[in-house]
Ligand binder design. Structure first.
Ligand SMILES: [Fe+2]
Ligand SMILES: [Fe+2]
Length: 192
């Protein structure tokens, strides 16, 4: 089935522990999403993995500060959604799982899709006052000064991408999301 990001997001937000508008919340996910799509045009990353990473990688945080296990928790949460709210071939799901699990502690990775995910996230550090340093980015396109300037400008000003409302149906002003119909049941993932 085609992947519906709003469907995944609504499941995420049902049980999200932090404010939707927080440092690791919905606007961050949307900027990571758009960073990732921009990087993927040049890196050749698997776009469906990049899109899912953006909305899942921080979704099981329990605080906005130190939460070293939030990546592995997000990876396992993704596993619970696979086969119910989205599907990916095994190889692509492994990349998503690995990208979520390792996004905070690992420097780089051999796989370009994982590197693209991690750079998409790191390019948004300006939201907490940190300008991304090329040394900590792992793709050529992310290290480019023009890319850093574009992404860091949006992060520093806390830009809320239009997709948050236009495509995802989420109103950060009221903290409400458009109702969305979920599939009944759904096939369970054999690797779950
Ligand atoms: Fe994170
Ligand atoms: Fe993040």
């Amino acid at each position: 089935m085609p992947i519906s990001i709003p469907l995944v997001l609504h499941a995420v937000l049902d049980d999200y522990a932090l404010p939707w508008g927080g440092d690791h919340g919905v606007a961050h996910w949307a900027r990571v999403y758009e960073n990732g799509l921009r990087l993927a045009e040049e890196t050749g990353a698997i776009v469906e993995v990049v899109r899912l990473f953006a909305v899942l990688h921080d979704c099981r945080r329990i605080n906005e500060h130190t939460d070293p296990e939030h990546g592995p928790r997000a990876a396992e949460f993704a596993r619970t959604l696979r086969g119910r709210l989205f599907d990916l071939p095994d190889h692509e799901f492994c990349l998503l799982h690995r990208a979520c699990a390792g996004h905070t502690h690992e420097r780089t990775h051999l796989d370009v899709t994982i590197r693209t995910c991690w750079d998409a996230d790191r390019l948004d550090l300006g939201r907490v006052g940190i300008t991304p340093h090329p040394k900590y980015l792992c793709t050529d396109v992310a290290r480019r000064p023009a890319t850093i300037k574009w992404a860091d400008g949006r992060a520093s000003f806390g830009v809320v991408p239009e997709i948050v409302w236009d495509e995802w149906g989420i109103d950060l002003g009221t903290g409400e999301a458009d109702a969305i119909e979920r599939p009944e049941g759904g096939a369970e993932c054999p690797s779950k």
